[in-house]
Design a protein around this ligand. Structure first.
Ligand code: MN
Length: 134
């Protein structure tokens, strides 16, 4: 099902840190996106199934299930299998980056967030055919 191109894309922010969540929300809404926020991975998976966002920004370190498990649950469900998921994490450790690459995320941004870089990645990801078909 294709969405009205005039409709602002809906982005789900999954982030347990309130300051980071607010920053992401403010940056995205200022840029014209609509946003939804989840504080835990479980909540994020539930909201993604209910609201079918165009893209998910996924923190890795979360209370309860982490970003890797949340991604796996999104990929396991038909309604969110194709939803683009960008990992957002403070961890700059190489092994985590390798794990992020192999886990099937659609991209990776490190904290602290570089706003222009994040927005460029979101735009590119939304423009990809797999995302546009949703
Ligand atoms: Mn976190």
């Amino acid at each position: 099902m294709s969405k009205n191109s005039n409709e602002a894309a809906l982005i789900l922010i999954v982030e347990d840190n309130e300051k980071n969540r607010r920053l992401l929300r403010d940056v995205l809404e200022y840029s014209g996106y609509r946003t939804l926020e989840a504080v835990t991975g479980e909540e994020g998976v539930k909201m993604a199934r209910e609201h079918n966002p165009a893209l998910v920004l996924m923190d890795i370190q979360l209370p309860g299930i982490d970003g890797f498990e949340a991604l796996a649950q999104l990929r396991a469900h038909p309604s969110t299998r194709e939803t683009p998921v960008i990992a957002v994490t403070a961890s700059a450790m190489l092994e985590d980056r390798d794990r992020i690459d192999t886990a099937g995320f659609d991209g990776y941004e490190s904290k602290p967030i570089k706003v222009k870089k994040l927005l460029a990645r979101i735009q590119l990801t939304l423009e990809r055919p797999a995302a546009a078909e949703q």
